[in-house]
Every structure is written in C-alpha cells, then in structure tokens.
Design a protein around this ligand. Structure first.
Ligand code: FES
Ligand SMILES: [Fe+2]
Length: 366
C-alpha cells in the first residue's frame, strides 16, 4: 500500500498529490524500491566504457553499481558487491582485465564470472559458477549509459518511442558533452519534477524565458512513460529586445524548444542550437541533486563554445529561479496551511497529472 489516494483519471476533477507524498520517509523508501528500483536510470557516459576492459562505478537508489565493457565487447552492469563478504569490486573508473575486490582480493571477469578465490581452503559445497556478480540490465542511449536494477526490464528506447526518435533525429548519438553543472535543491524530487512538467509557472517565475517562448501555443503531450512539452520560440522582433537581449538570437519562425521527460526523473531539453540532459537524483526525502549536462549540436553557429556558454548561463538563471520556488514549495508542503492536494489546472497541468498518476501506479505494484 502506498498510502496515496486513488488516482483520479479525469483531469477536470483531479487534485495534486497530498503533502505527505513529499514529506513521509516511509513513502520515500517505497519509491526507492518500486520506482527507482524498477526504472531505467542514467548512470554515466558511454565514452567511459567504449573499449574492452573499461569500467566505471555509479549508484542507483543507494545501490552501488559497476558498469563494464567485457573482453568480448559486451556492455555489462552488476551490483558492485563481492559475493564473499560484500566488499566493493571496483572504485572510480578505468580499464582492467578483471575486477578485484578490495577486501580479500577475490577476482571477477568483466562479464561477472568469479575467477579466483585466494586462500579459500577446503570448500566442497562451494560452486564458483553460482557466485558471480549479481547482474543489472544495462543499455547505451545516445552518449549515456542507463542501468535498470530489474535485470529483466523491458528495453529502454521502445518504452519511450517518441522521445528516443526525436533524440535520434536531432543527432544525440553523435553529440559530445560540452559542460556539466550540479545543483542541490532542498526539496523532494517530485517537487522538482512537478515544476518541470508545466509551463504554468513561466509568466511568474521565469519572466526572461517567458519572453522567448510563445506561451499561448505552449502545450504538453503525455504518452505512456514519457511526455513532451512543445514551446514555439518567438523570433527576435527587435523592439523590446533592445532592453532585454534575447537568448535565441538565431531563432527563426517555426523553431521550437522541445522538453522531453521520461518517468521518473530525467529530461532531454532540445533547443535549436544545443541540447541538455537533466537528471533528478533523490538524496533524501527533502534533498535532491539535479545534474545538467550540455551537448552541442554542430550547426547554426560558427562559435560553438561561446554559444554553449551563453546557453549554460541562460539555463543557470532559469535554474536559480526554479530552485527558489521549489524550496519555497517544499516549506509549504510541510505546513499545516496545506491540508490537502490542491486543484490541478486542466488547461496547464496535464503533464503533472500524468506524472503523479505514474507515481501512484508504480507505488501500488508489489
Ligand atoms: S569481500 Fe570480497 S574478497 Fe572478501
Ligand atoms: Fe521552471
């Protein structure tokens, strides 16, 4: 039982999640198990496991993970936990012929098989073949590596078809990272995702971005496990742009910003001249790490570095505005002044409603 009220599918009658969904540590533990333990999570960059022998370590919902490229070139992922007495078999990243546990030196092939068990002594019932590293599902998606703790999970890209196709069409497969920033936010991870999934707050929280986009044409389309927000970019008109320099100086009629979100916690923001991924990592019930990484689309500009720096600075300003409102909302959710989840806007909050329905659905699955 998740302790959440049943999801109202009719948006005109729907309310936001109740405050305890954002403040109850028991619900947070359940989310780790049933949401983050069963969905594809971005864990690192494909460039770090390009060649046979490469590996890197990461973390998914508090679980230590190691990703390897084995001797035959196959991408693998395992819990970074030795089958002897639970020591770590890898640290950081690098290239090796085998993984060796830091504690007593047992070694594992990069495909997870237990290779050596120094000084184990007599062990008549011990079968090394049954003591390999425990496997997770792993996939490359564009320049990223994703892991699913559910080893039998359905593949990632077919679960988010429109998003995967748009990323491919915009050249995600061939992009390289040009910058990364991390921000810690004092709010529950769902406060940040809720906020991301609506343009309703644009006029009030992001006046700069509001000027760039055609708010009236802003729309959110929801799919099974992902959604997209489409915002036509207003081409510069030269009049009030003098006072407020425009971000999208190259924008042309028909250009759009595409904001894709995949359940539960990562987004791809596709602009005419750059792309970024956002990853929303829960650290505790009311602390969230947001990771932004930018990728360059090599068209449009003759000076890609400065364009990217400008895009990062613009995004940083928007992020500061979002952090401020998300932290204030978390304080509001803890208040006695918010006795129940408020009415959602059927015109502007269908993305939030979709996300909150998925949260309820995953939490209620045993
Ligand atoms: S815990 Fe790994 S060798 Fe002992
Ligand atoms: Fe925002």
């Amino acid at each position: 039982m998740s302790g959440l009220p049943p999801h109202e599918t009719d948006l005109t009658r729907a309310h936001a999640l109740p405050a305890h969904a954002y403040t109850d540590p028991a619900l947070y533990a359940l989310e780790r198990e049933r949401i983050f333990g069963r969905t594809w999570q971005p864990v690192g960059n494909a460039a770090d496991v390009r060649h046979a022998g490469d590996f890197f370590t990461s973390d998914v919902a508090g679980e230590p993970i190691v990703v390897t490229r084995d001797a035959g070139g196959t991408l693998r992922a395992f819990y970074n936990v030795c089958r002897h007495r639970a020591g770590p078999v890898a640290e950081g990243k690098g290239s090796r012929h085998a993984l060796q546990c830091k504690y007593h030196g047992w070694t594992y092939d990069l495909d997870g098989k237990l290779r050596t068990t120094p000084e184990l002594g007599a062990a008549p019932d011990f079968d090394p073949a049954c003591n390999g590293l425990v496997r997770c599902a792993v996939e490359a998606f564009g320049p990223f590596i994703f892991v699913n703790l559910d080893a039998d999970a359905a593949p990632l890209a077919p679960s988010i078809p429109e998003m995967a196709q748009a990323a491919k069409d915009r050249g995600l497969d061939t992009m390289t990272s040009v910058g990364r920033r991390e921000y810690e936010v004092a709010c529950n991870w769902k406060v940040y995702v809720d906020n991301y999934l609506e343009g309703y707050h644009l006029p009030h929280v992001h006046p700069g971005l509001f000027r760039e986009l055609d708010y009236n044409a802003y729309r959110v389309e929801t799919r099974d496990l992902h959604s997209s927000q489409i915002a036509p970019i207003r081409p510069p008109d030269g009049t009030h742009d003098r006072k407020h320099p425009r971000q999208y100086r190259h924008a042309q009629q028909g250009d759009e910003a595409l904001y894709f979100w995949a359940f539960p916690n990562w987004m791809l923001n596709i602009y005419p001249d750059n792309m970024s991924i956002n990853i929303v990592v829960p650290l505790s019930i009311d602390r969230t790490l947001t990771i932004f990484e930018w990728f360059l689309v090599d068209r449009v500009t003759s000076d890609p570095r400065s364009e990217t720096e400008r895009a990062m600075a613009f995004s940083d300003g928007i992020q500061q505005e979002d952090i401020e409102i998300c932290e204030a909302v978390q304080r509001g959710l803890r208040s006695r002044g918010y006795p129940s989840g408020g009415k959602l806007s059927s015109a502007r909050e269908n993305g939030v409603h979709h996300f909150q329905g998925l949260v309820g659905k995953f939490l209620s699955r045993n």
